[in-house]
Design a protein around this ligand. Structure first.
Ligand SMILES: NC(=O)c1ccc[n+]([C@@H]2O[C@H](COP(=O)([O-])OP(=O)(O)OC[C@H]3O[C@@H](n4cnc5c(N)ncnc54)[C@H](O)[C@@H]3O)[C@@H](O)[C@H]2O)c1
Length: 206
């Protein structure tokens, strides 16, 4: 098997595929033969991704991943076959300590970074179990390991991602499903991205 066909015949969901790590993941999977279901809240970004992958089998689902209709649309796009789920969409929190944290930022960060991956995992599990070797990758962060990498909301959310991932691995490993947290190293970002980070959907992340 070559790198070109490592994912041949596999169907993989990638959230946050319009930018950054999600886009890079989607491109690599397509190059290695995967059938992709890519999702993002920004339609233009998905259109651009699809255009950049002529010949690849790419389905796009535009929507906010915190909206259950988006989760349903992603699940429907699988058409009964799923081998992998990459929960990559995520937002930052403006590095706010808890004393300065407003409820809206907390709720939004938790919904995007934790609740949405949980719902997508729940929706994907039946097909992942059926595939016999399903895989879930949840993007964590340095902030999942220590308290000094981001604000309170993002730090709490990424710690929660680790807990969700560990529990999923424990509960569904016996049925052939792997769940893995992934901690990217920090990618270069501009100071503008950092300062606007808590205004989704364009928010950058740690
Ligand atoms: N970039 C880093 O250095 C870094 C480091 C550690 C962890 N991470 C994590 O990696 C993931 C991706 O980070 P990135 O830097 O590539 O981010 P990014 O901002 O470049 O891309 C995130 C994508 O997710 C989409 N998105 C955001 N909220 C959404 C929502 N509610 N519904 C649907 N789509 C939504 C955005 O439109 C965007 O296209 C995040 O979970 C982040 O926390 C990033």
């Amino acid at each position: 098997m070559t790198a070109e066909d490592r994912f041949a015949g596999k169907t993989i969901i990638v959230t946050g595929a319009g930018s950054g790590i999600g886009r890079a993941t989607a491109v690599r999977l397509a190059e290695e033969g995967a059938r992709l279901i890519v999702s993002d809240v920004v339609a233009d970004r998905l259109d651009d991704l699809k255009t950049s992958l002529p010949g690849a089998d790419v389905r796009t689902v535009v929507g906010d991943v915190t909206d259950s209709r988006t989760v349903d649309a992603i699940a429907d796009a699988c058409e009964g076959r799923l081998d992998g789920l990459a929960n990559i969409a995520g937002i930052m929190d403006g590095f706010l300590p808890v004393g300065e944290l407003d409820d809206e930022t907390w709720d939004r960060v938790i919904r995007v970074n934790v609740t949405a991956p949980m719902r997508l995992t729940r929706a994907a599990l039946p097909l992942l179990i059926e595939s016999g070797s399903g895989s879930i990758v949840n993007v964590a962060s340095e902030a999942a390991l220590r308290g000094s990498a981001a604000g309170a909301a993002y730090t709490a959310s990424k710690h929660a991602v680790i807990g969700l991932t560990k529990n999923t691995a424990f509960m569904y490993g016996p049925q052939g499903v792997r769940a893995t947290p992934w901690r990217p190293v920090r990618s270069p970002r501009t100071s503008k991205q950092r300062s606007s980070a808590n205004s989704p959907p364009a928010g950058s992340s740690l």
